[in-house]
Design a protein around this ligand. Structure first.
Ligand code: BDR
Ligand code: CA
Length: 431
């Protein structure tokens, strides 16, 4: 046995070898330490101000990121932008997609289910199970949006069907089983019918949803389906209303990724061209499924580009720095000409925190508001059941979207800042 100080042992043992062993022990201890506190590190990185996780701007250790995957179920109605959202979600190492459930919305459920499988085949991820869900809204007649998404729901790309991969369970049963087994989050990209039915069938499973991120609604932006309503909540206002009500009851907050933020996410012809230059096959696939959407936006809104709503909900789930908003009590109107409208009631404190005040600075209804003197605020006196997002960072989003879908480093996307600049919906369509 060697004796003496560690330095003398180091010398006796030939130095370098023992040094390596010592380093390895240190590394092992450090690795164990990281493993022990990985959830707190994850929360620090994803929820903390100033740091972002998922855009590649601050990924301290790739191996650790892999271990910190957050489990999520995607509920959707594909749909062109839903398909882009699925492509993004399955490309992200921060997210583990436990299953995809389909609801009637943009297209009937059977068509939507077939479309998810087409996208998963393209992404080489047919290992993710797909479950067909509700074929009708909770109380209304079903109204599709094939005029927006094409007769096949996928931009008239007419991709061949994927045979097989059928599941015995329906979407609501899958949600129930999965959530009772282990809590996880849900990103809802379509009408909230499946979640409303889950609530009716198994409130205890619903309660185990960790986070709900829902693309839907509109706070200060106008509607896209009626003057005041966004399509997903308009299509099944009763389902949406039930889910928001339950969130209040269970003390949850729905992250409302509404038109206020998604209208700023405009994929333009130049961006598409850039995609094709960077990765021809992937760019051409995106072009094939979005062409119809580009045409629709041109005909309806004189816009050179298309608003891709749903991928922002996925991106925000992984990177909280991409959108900002305020907490509020939100309810969805179910009747009359305001069907599907989101009625957002915030507290004076939320108003005073700055973001909303800034947002409303030109609004006549809040001339010089100070807490306590605002009218029509905190009217219902209910606790917040939502976080309503009103600011977004389109460049941050597109950096994430391009880098993950194309598999290129953000640093290589040198033309993106210029292409994203001045593309917000309001600017391109109104000016
Ligand atoms: C929402 O409606 C659908 O057409 C899109 O897929 C998106 O989820 C936007 O209003
Ligand atoms: Ca959708």
């Amino acid at each position: 046995m060697p004796t003496g100080s560690r330095t003398s042992q180091y010398k006796k043992l030939g130095g370098r070898k023992e040094h390596t062993v010592f380093n390895r022990v240190l590394l092992l201890l450090f690795w164990r330490f990281l493993r022990e506190c990985r959830s707190s590190i994850f929360l620090f990185l994803t929820q903390g101000k100033g740091l972002s996780f998922g855009t590649g701007r601050f990924v301290p250790w790739k191996g650790v990121a892999k271990k910190m995957k957050r489990k999520v179920i995607i509920d959707c109605d594909p749909g062109i932008d839903d398909s882009l959202a699925i492509m993004l979600a399955v490309s992200m190492e921060e997210i583990s997609v436990a299953g995809i459930t389909v609801v009637c919305g943009n297209c009937p459920v059977s068509m939507g289910t077939a479309n998810v499988k087409k996208i998963l085949r393209y992404m080489n991820r047919l290992d993710i199970p797909v479950f067909a869900g509700e074929e009708k809204p909770v109380k209304r007649e079903y109204a599709d949006a094939l005029d927006t998404h094409g007769s096949d729901g996928l931009g008239e790309s007419f991709l061949p069907n994927v045979e097989g991969y059928e599941q015995d369970l329906g979407a609501v049963e899958f949600l129930e089983h999965a959530l009772l087994k282990e809590p996880c989050s849900v990103i809802a990209l379509g009408p909230l019918t499946n979640l409303a039915r889950l609530l009716q069938k198994s409130p205890e499973a619903f309660e185990r949803i960790e986070e709900i991120v829902s693309m839907g609604g509109s706070f200060g932006s106008r509607g896209n389906c009626s003057p005041v309503a966004e399509y997903n909540y308009w299509a099944d206002p009763d389902g949406a209303s039930m889910v928001y009500e339950a969130a209040e009851k269970f003390g949850k907050k729905i992250y409302m990724v509404g038109l206020d933020v998604t209208r700023n996410i405009v994929l333009t012809p130049d961006m598409l061209e850039y995609m094709k230059r960077l990765k021809p096959a992937a760019g051409e696939f995106v072009q094939r499924i979005t062409k119809f959407y580009f045409d629709f936006h041109w005909q309806q809104e004189h816009l050179l580009g298309c608003v891709i709503n749903d991928p922002l909900a996925v991106a925000y789930f992984a990177d909280r720095s991409l959108c900002k908003g305020f907490e509020a009590y939100t309810q969805v109107e179910t009747e009359g000409i305001s069907r599907g409208q989101t009625v957002v009631d915030f507290t004076p404190e939320e108003y005073e925190n700055g973001l909303l005040r800034e947002h409303n600075k030109d609004a006549l209804c809040f001339p010089k508001g100070t807490a306590g003197s605002l009218t029509g605020v905190n009217f219902y006196g209910k606790r917040a059941n939502s976080k309503v997002l009103i600011h977004t960072n389109p460049l941050g989003f597109f950096q994430l979207f391009f880098s993950r879908i194309l598999g290129v480093k953000e640093a290589e996307l040198d033309l993106l800042p210029k292409l994203v600049k001045e593309t917000s919906y309001e600017k391109s369509s109104i000016n």
